[in-house]
Design a protein around this ligand. Structure first.
Ligand code: ATP
Ligand code: MG
Ligand code: FE
Length: 337
């Protein structure tokens, strides 16, 4: 079954074709970073308009790269939520209409299920049960995955998401939008241990997170510093170590609590090299393993949507003939696959 995947939940237009027999056929991504940079954050209306502008050319390009004609598609999957409502509507309307015209089934995919399943896309040996750490721009969650489609929330952030904390911290030290990856890059030349920030909520039981206080600690340290380039790098390193340690402590706790041996990491912050190394080390110590998507499939992309949609379409699920999106959508409410 060849499934076209469409991702338009935020500021990336992603398109891919996934073939349930041969795997990923092609994928393309258009990032709107330049468009939103001068505003220091995503402007929803501009995002929607840019998805309108880019989506069809990107679908044509992806089909071309896959060597497929549009009539070769057996199904269409689009992100139906959570995300920016206008941006979601663009992908859902295009995807639903395309499937209608081709007389193939369509399915609305949960964006976070897309992220969560991304590590399985290129590693078929990876199967539930496992614990998933979802760390993206809008979410920080630990999820017990008993089966695909069976998601139980173990803990989540009470305020900022990990990626959001990276972005906001970068911004307050004057780094350009979107600052997260830039802050991580800067941390590479920072010296460890010079700036020590707390590991929020690790001194009490539970699997919830809180990252907004860390941002304030960084602000105070930055304002009291000489604000040199080296200091900025040292602070970035201190911040990154605090986030990485905190995530690792909670992941270890979740694995021990659930008895699972496999940890799956997904979402944009999963591209962070120090986090990848730390979680590999931690799971190794426990005799388990940590599984990540390739860095390009940690952040938003069409491949994860094509893959997640293909699994559901294959099991016979499909959307009705309406364009429906859900800007807020609880993953635990998803039906089993
Ligand atoms: P959500 O998936 O929750 O709706 P989103 O789609 O905006 O949010 P993603 O695209 O999964 O989030 O990830 C983007 C986030 O990942 C940004 O906050 C960005 O700063 C962060 N990020 C990307 N690369 C890195 C990195 N190397 N280190 C730390 N953070 C990173
Ligand atoms: Mg993005
Ligand atoms: Fe995302």
């Amino acid at each position: 079954m060849r499934v076209l995947g469409i991702e338009t939940s935020c500021d990336e237009t992603g398109v891919a074709v996934y073939d349930t027999e041969t795997g990923l056929r092609a994928h393309a991504l258009y990032s709107q970073i330049a468009l939103h940079a001068e505003y220091g954050g995503v402007v929803p209306e501009l995002a929607s308009r840019d998805h309108v502008r880019k989506l069809l050319p990107l679908i044509r390009q992806t089909l071309g790269e896959a060597g497929l004609d549009i009539a070769d598609l057996d199904g269409v999957a689009y992100t139906a939520g959570p995300g920016l409502v206008g941006a979601l509507m663009v992908g859902a309307a295009a995807g639903r209409a395309l499937a209608w015209s081709l007389e193939v089934p369509a399915i609305g995919v949960h964006h976070m299920e897309g992220h969560l399943l991304a590590p399985l896309l290129e590693d078929p040996s990876l199967q539930p049960p496992f614990v998933a750490l979802l760390v993206s721009g809008g979410h920080t969650q630990l999820v017990a995955v008993e089966a695909i489609g069976d998601y139980r929330l173990l803990g989540e952030t009470l305020d900022d998401a990990a990626g959001e904390a990276f972005d906001k911290t970068a911004k307050l030290m004057g780094l350009p939008y979107p600052g997260g990856p830039e802050l991580a890059r800067l941390a590479e030349s920072g010296r460890p241990g010079l700036f020590k920030f707390s590991r929020p909520m690790t001194d009490r039981p539970g699997l919830d997170f809180s990252f907004s206080g860390l941002k304030t600690q960084v602000l105070l340290a930055w304002q009291a510093s000489d604000r040199s380039d080296q200091t900025r790098a040292d602070i970035a390193r201190g911040f990154e170590d605090a986030v990485v340690d905190t995530l690792a402590i909670k992941c270890e706790r979740a694995l021990k609590q659930s008895g699972a041996r496999t940890l799956v990491i997904a979402g944009g912050v999963g591209a962070n090299l120090r986090l990848r190394a730390k979680l590999q080390q931690m799971t190794g110590k426990l005799g388990g393993r940590a599984c990540f998507p390739r860095p390009a499939f940690c952040t938003d992309n069409g491949a994860m949507i094509a893959f997640a949609g293909a699994l559901r379409l294959q099991s016979g699920q499909q959307a009705d003939a309406t364009v429906t999106v859900a800007p807020r959508w609880d993953m635990a409410s998803l039906p089993p696959v």
